[in-house]
Design a protein. Structure first.
Lengths: 333, 333
């Protein structure tokens, strides 16, 4: 018996904003299971901003996607058939196999997830890579102290929304910026931040002047560009900037000038530190321990924005760059 | 009996490059000594790039110079008269009293220096603030490991020339850039760096490609601007940038765009850290211990560029911005 699966391939490398023509939905026939192999049917696919970087053919911390091959990335699926090995039919597993409905695997790179501990899509968000990113970036790079001001850009996204709440748990004053009034309302009412502003209607310098009356001690940056420049201007002496990403620049067709006030890092003695979550597997244990406890105590809230069907993987991904997501963007299939 | 002294006042705040019209040489009559006071006649005045920042009226880590008052800064002089207190006639003392021939002091802010341990102007350079800047910035911010590549901009200056040699003592491969062939020759032949280039005749990206074949692990930046951009492009993963200053930008009349490739700090996991030497008095003891030992062993060389007469304090200061100095620029009076 053979199964077919649809998967999304990268067809061409985008210049500027990706469009649907850069992708192709391909139907393949899955091979029969060899001994030790499993058949996994994905339930949730992850779309993440960092994937934009992998669409460019250059050396970086992860190899670029290859043309004509699957858009790999996080996914959660069910083992529907097992031919021996550690996984049984009915197990839920996480993989980096990406945008495909189903796949055959020898089990390498799969890890079990427990749907009783957290809802399945949470393993792609608050309990997964974005959650660990928030935890490591804020705590290890930002080093926030109780009473300090933490400013989070992209504050209603998968990472930012968790950063805001961990910072509150650590006793900080927290301000966030996001791209809609609905998002800032969520930040104030659900995430419990102290201040939030909509960067589409309030210029960031003005938003920061109002939201961070005592300056900024820790800036967790998901956005870059003008947001970084505005934050540099408002940083306090000895401030720390955790540079997580710069989504405002990912689709730029030419290099954008950096912040004109970068020289402030000297008189203000700032530290600007870039990081990549995959370097910090050693923090996974602490992260799971703390996050499970916070979730169980109802102290961390999260949202998912769910698109349906693998044919919506590309629109979901593209939606990240126009801010269509509140919390984690996932595709359910 | 009364003495007169000439001193340099800031007359107006420069826009762009300072010129002699921004300063005034004023003759004053020194007051008679009160009990506990001393009369100090300065022998060496320090001129330093950071003083440019103090000429601007803005809040920063040191208060701005005030119009109509002395350009304060490092100086070494001799106690020529003492009316009691801890200092005796014949003592050599260091102060922050700046660009004046002589002054009366109650002793606060004075500290003795030993001309037998190091030549007097060295207390304004290798054994003084610039030396400590090099030591702290390289070791504490840059954290170089033996075998790593250290790149130093402004490598033939008061700070850079010492950074290069400490990095060599720590077993690093060292490359430096400077503004003349005479300076690069000094770096190669006297400071013992592994590679040097003249940024006025070799574009920095090309100079770095040739001088740092294995990339850059630690960048000690005195220059900023395009030099920082070029270095970012050549940094290795997990590289550290000690941001000491950005002399290329100090006379800018409008904010210059920052490096277009600043986003590289995320995929390369770079740390960019600004620092100010006066925050690191706790390292003074280690610095004196190590530097005295290195100097005694002949393992650190240094140069001074000496202008003569207090009427040459302004030309000496202005000369910093066109690279007239090899090593520490001082004024002897």
């Amino acid at each position: 018996m053979s199964y077919s699966s649809r998967e999304v391939h990268l067809l061409s490398r985008p210049v500027g904003e990706p469009t649907p023509v850069n992708f192709e939905l391909v139907t393949i026939t899955l091979p029969a299971l060899q001994p030790g192999q499993v058949l996994v049917r994905n339930r949730y696919l992850s779309v993440d901003p960092y994937m934009r970087g992998r669409m460019v053919d250059r050396k970086s911390y992860v190899p670029p996607f290859r043309l004509g091959e699957v858009m790999t990335g996080g996914a959660v699926g069910e083992v529907v058939e097992s031919n021996g090995g550690p996984f049984q039919a009915g197990d839920w597993v996480q993989s980096m196999h990406g945008w495909r409905e189903a796949f055959v695997s020898d089990g390498r790179g799969l890890s079990k997830v427990d749907p009783a501990l957290a809802p399945l899509p949470a393993y792609l968000g608050v309990m997964g890579m974005p959650g660990l990113t928030a935890y490591v970036g804020l705590l290890d790079m930002g080093k926030p102290q109780a009473g300090e001001t933490v400013y989070v850009s992209g504050a209603a996204g998968a990472v930012g929304s968790i950063v805001c709440q961990i910072a509150k748990l650590k006793g900080c004053y927290v301000a966030g910026s996001a791209g809609s009034d609905a998002k800032t309302a969520w930040l104030m009412q659900t995430a419990g931040v102290d201040a939030a502003f909509n960067y589409r209607t309030t210029p960031v310098p003005a938003g920061l002047a109002r939201s961070c009356p005592n300056g900024i001690d820790v800036f967790f940056d998901n956005v870059g560009g003008g947001t970084l420049e505005a934050a540099l201007g408002r940083m306090n002496d000895f401030g720390r900037i955790a540079a997580c990403g710069s989504i405002s620049l990912y689709n730029a067709t030419r290099p954008e000038p950096g912040p004109r006030n970068l020289g402030l890092i000297v008189p203000k003695r700032l530290t600007l530190q870039g990081f990549i979550v995959s370097d910090h597997d050693d923090r996974m244990h602490d992260f799971y321990r703390d996050m499970s406890r916070w979730i169980a105590a109802g102290r961390i809230k999260w949202e998912e924005t769910v698109y349906s069907g693998i044919d919506n993987a590309v629109p979901a991904f593209l939606g990240l760059f126009s801010g269509k997501n509140l919390g984690k963007m996932v595709v359910e299939i």
